[in-house]
Design a protein. Structure first.
Length: 509
């Protein structure tokens, strides 16, 4: 037995980040009350205060949430009932690039690859010669979204019936409650209270305990900071520092408000660019989530609220809730024996629904690199490297939405078009502009198909083409695309309406 083994994990903060952290840790290390002891177990304690609110606006997700739920062995129908979830096939973008522009970032591919090149690469070749419909018509997810259709992908060999992926829209507060029930059933102990003091070990500065207002002292070996923007441990105690990215992502404010749901129940998120930011629309079973993300340097809170409320498609369910943020990430997400997960580790605006995926990546990487009580520097450095790479890759993907604009109708969009960008993004844009190739700098982040959706949706057309594309003759290529187009159309024709499918699924007990 390793006498340096972690005996107690303390999670500081609840909400979505706290319980998304507690659930997988309880699966690996927890023991159900009254059940057999876990041979690799340790005690897990979560400290949260009902007096401290959570942000709770992250209701749209990426497909990584499916694998997270599957790993926890959650019942899909029960999950969707308890969180008021709907399905998500991607994101519809309106007025990005230029006023009147519309494109769709669908989940999944554009058909099978051809001689180690994506179908879209060959579409680029044929499109130059004319007679080709939009590249989006070879995305099953996009075609499903256009017609509000949904069914779970089929098993079996690759086909139009399983070439798409999906995620969920759900109520973040209900999801946190669902995972709290899961984690507590596996031995996680919840402590209600507000932390007023943090004890450090002399010599190395490791956290040894947190003290609550009533004097209770909660000791631990590993502390996970899920305290949100307050970053109670990682910044308040460890002084980890912050990479400020507001010069690339200048939006610093948001207002959020739910409204009554309207039909049809769309299986996708909508992002509509506004004069100083953008507005989200997220359809759930019981309501629609809405928000306006904007830069306070280019519009007032009052005007931002007016724009939000004026563009709701259902009756508002209250007044907008104001949020402030600074885009960026901690210089070190893991410092000594403190690991930051969620908003305490950094913030990227929810344009591509990445907040929960960053939590999932943070927790899964922690399990992969789980330390003993020494928290050896090589593990800490590797974790920080992995998290920095993912944050930076997502950052660049989001910056591309703003940088590649031809809008000049407001000072905000003129700033975005002219602003300098990270060298990593400039490199990716240049490679695509030259010959349509996509450079993927982080395999754990957005795929080639996602970058292609964005490049083409924002109007970037390559100057040249990959010479490998000449290997297949034009007649064979056009026949391939014709067959694929027909297969997708036939598959989508046979699918049920999203709302009808969802009603059937949640009725299953």
């Amino acid at each position: 037995m390793n006498d340096q083994a972690i005996r107690r994990i303390v999670i500081v903060g609840g909400g979505t980040a706290g319980w998304m952290t507690a659930a997988p840790l309880s699966q690996v290390f927890g023991s159900p009350p009254g059940g057999p002891a876990n041979p690799v177990g340790c005690e897990i304690v979560l400290v949260e205060s009902a007096e401290i609110g959570t942000v709770g606006v992250g209701e749209a997700t990426l497909p990584s949430i499916r694998y997270f739920n599957d790993t926890l062995e959650l019942n899909n129908a029960e999950f969707m009932r308890k969180t008021q979830a709907s399905f998500k096939l991607g994101i519809e973008f309106k007025d990005w690039g230029h006023l009147g522009n519309r494109f769709f970032h669908g989940f999944g591919g554009f058909g099978p690859s051809i001689i180690n090149r994506s179908s879209v690469a060959y579409w680029l070749r044929l499109n130059r010669q004319g007679g080709m419909p939009s590249y989006e018509e070879w995305s099953t997810a996009t075609m499903m979204a256009q017609r509000n259709r949904f069914v779970l992908p089929e098993g079996g060999p690759p086909s139009a019936a399983n070439s798409y992926s999906y995620a969920f829209h759900f109520d973040a507060g209900l999801y946190a409650a669902f995972l709290r029930e899961y984690a507590q059933a596996r031995g996680v102990k919840r402590e209600e209270g507000t932390i007023v003091d943090v004890s450090l070990r002399p010599g190395d500065g490791f956290v040894t305990a947190v003290t609550l207002t009533d004097g209770r002292r909660i000791e631990g070996d590993l502390f996970i900071d899920c305290s949100g923007f307050r970053a109670l441990l990682i910044e308040g105690v460890m002084k980890a520092g912050y990479h400020d990215w507001t010069h690339w992502l200048p939006c610093d404010s948001a207002q959020a408000v739910p409204c009554d749901k309207v039909l049809p129940l769309t299986p996708y998120t909508t992002s509509t660019a506004r004069s100083a930011g953008w507005q989200w629309r997220i359809p759930l079973q019981h309501r629609t989530g809405n928000g306006h993300v904007y830069c306070s340097g280019y519009t007032s809170d009052e005007e931002a609220g007016r724009v939000l409320m004026h563009n709701l498609d259902g009756a508002p369910q209250g007044d907008p809730r104001q949020l402030r943020f600074k885009t960026g990430m901690r210089r070190r997400v893991w410092e000594k024996n403190v690991v930051a997960v969620g908003l305490s580790s950094g913030f990227l605006e929810p344009l591509e629904s990445t907040s929960l995926s960053l939590i999932i990546h943070g927790v899964s990487s922690l399990v992969e690199l789980f330390p003993d009580r020494r928290c050896e520097p090589h593990l800490v450095d590797e974790y920080n490297r992995k998290m920095a790479r993912q944050y930076e890759s997502i950052r660049d993907f989001i910056i591309l939405h703003y940088k590649q604009t031809r809008r000049d109708d407001s000072e905000f969009w003129r700033y975005c078009a002219a602003m300098p960008i990270p060298d990593t993004l400039a490199h990716q844009m240049e490679i695509f502009r030259r010959n349509g190739r996509v450079a993927i700098l982080d395999r754990d982040s957005f795929s080639e198909d996602s970058w292609l959706s964005l490049f083409l949706g924002l109007g970037i057309q390559p100057e040249g083409l990959d010479p490998m594309l000449a290997q297949v003759d034009e007649v064979t290529l056009r026949e391939h695309f014709k067959r694929l187009h027909m297969a997708i159309a036939k598959t989508v024709d046979g699918m049920p309406d999203h709302a009808a499918y969802l009603d059937h699924l949640v009725a299953v007990r």
